[in-house]
Design a protein around this ligand. Structure first.
Ligand code: XBP
Ligand code: MG
Length: 259
């Protein structure tokens, strides 16, 4: 039986990208008097680059190569812009709020009651993760997670597996003792790169991505009054929500079938 659940944050715990991070980036650009606007379509393209600072750098290289400055100056410019974005993001979470995705709070409470260990593995910055947990899950939620591995704690971000390797080391567990929850192809490549069986809950930015190797692909974890839709090959038994017993059955199937 698995001993720990490891959650990605953005797009998995909460659907934060379209109306959260993207809006915060645009507010930071406006504050800096930059005429940059990341609309929903462009942001979907930029999301293939994990990490807010890396995303800004990619945007400049792709769309504003004319910005003349040395590497040191550019890095400082990006650092300052990203710090403003994080401030706007935390402000947005606290003022406007974004709800947790279906089934997340229910499953995490079930896992805690079952004595499972919990961790987070995210590309997002540590500051905004704690604010998100408190604003969208529960004011105590940051304390639910034994390890919160975020952003620059590792040098290589997703799809590199560094962040998941870091969590396994901190937990003192092997990959096959855990289950990971992700929303994107980048995230799946990171968790599978660390050898961790992974469930995918898609969102409207990631639904068309390649989730080969996932234990299960679903639209969300489901609630009693909000059944999930299975998007991968239908497992033998049907279920309308993911609870600890469903996770156990999926994990046993994965353990039997893994090479
Ligand atoms: C998603 C990301 C993050 C956020 C923005 O992280 O790639 O970069 O888009 O947050 P994950 P920052 O899906 O791994 O949770 O601006 O703080 O990076
Ligand atoms: Mg994600």
């Amino acid at each position: 039986m698995f001993k720990a659940l490891i959650f990605d944050v953005d797009g998995t715990l909460v659907d934060t990208e379209r109306q959260g991070h993207r809006v915060a980036f645009n507010r930071a650009f406006a504050e800096a008097r930059l005429n940059w606007v990341w609309d929903e379509a462009l942001y979907g393209e930029l999301l293939t680059v994990a990490g807010g600072k890396e995303r800004i750098r990619h945007f400049i290289a792709s769309y504003h190569p004319e910005i003349p400055c040395g590497e040191g100056e550019l890095s400082q410019f990006i650092e300052n812009l990203h710090a403003a974005k994080t401030r706007h993001y935390i402000d947005l979470l606290n003022r406007e709020g974004i709800p947790a995705r279906p089934g997340i709070i229910r499953l995490i409470k079930e896992a805690r009651a079952a004595g499972l260990r919990l961790a987070i593995a995210t590309t997002a910055s540590a500051g905004n993760v704690e604010a998100l947990l408190a604003a969208s899950l529960d004011t105590d939620a940051p304390d639910w997670f034994e390890v919160i591995a975020a952003g620059d704690i590792v040098s290589n971000k997703k799809p590199a597996s560094d962040i998941y390797e870091y969590v396994l080391t901190k937990l003192g567990l092997k990959a096959e003792d855990c289950l990971a929850f992700e929303d994107s192809e980048n995230g799946l490549r990171a968790s599978l790169g660390a050898g961790i069986p992974t469930l995918i809950t898609v969102n409207d930015y990631t639904s068309g991505q390649d989730f080969t190797g996932a234990v299960l692909v679903i639209d969300h974890l489901g609630e009693p009054e909000q059944p999930l839709t299975c998007l991968s090959e239908a497992p033998s038994e049907a279920f309308s929500l993911v609870d600890i017993d469903v996770l156990r059955r999926l994990f046993e199937r994965w353990t039997r079938e893994k090479p």
